[in-house]
Design a protein around this ligand. Structure first.
Ligand SMILES: [Zn+2]
Length: 93
C-alpha cells in the first residue's frame, strides 16, 4: 500500500525527472492516478530570468506538487505571470 507521504515523495521524484527533461513530462505517468497527463509550467515574473515559479500538476486528477521558486530548466514551458493557465490543483501531503 502506498502511504500519503509516499505519494508526496513520488511527486518530488517525478518533478526531478520532469525538470531534467521537460519535453518528457507530458508522457510521464502521474504519481497519484497513473495517467500520462503531467504539466510543468514556469511562471516568469521576468521572462529573461533564469528563475521562475514552477507549477507541476496532473491534468487528469488535478493533484500536483506545491508551487515554488527554482531555476528554469532548458526547454521548459514558460509563461509570463498573469498569462498562466494553472488550475487550482491539490497537493499530496
Ligand atoms: Zn493524476
Amino acid at each position: 500500500m502506498i502511504t500519503d507521504s509516499g505519494r508526496a515523495d513520488r511527486w518530488e521524484k517525478a518533478f526531478d525527472r520532469a525538470w531534467k527533461d521537460p519535453s518528457k513530462a507530458a508522457r510521464m505517468s502521474c504519481p497519484s492516478c497513473g495517467e500520462a497527463a503531467l504539466n510543468l509550467v514556469y511562471v516568469m515574473l521576468d521572462p529573461q530570468s533564469i528563475r521562475g515559479m514552477y507549477a507541476f500538476w496532473c491534468g487528469a486528477c488535478l493533484i500536483g506538487l506545491a508551487p515554488g521558486m527554482g531555476s528554469v530548466p532548458e526547454g521548459a514551458f514558460r509563461v509570463r505571470r498573469g498569462e498562466e493557465q494553472v488550475p487550482n490543483y491539490r497537493t499530496e501531503r
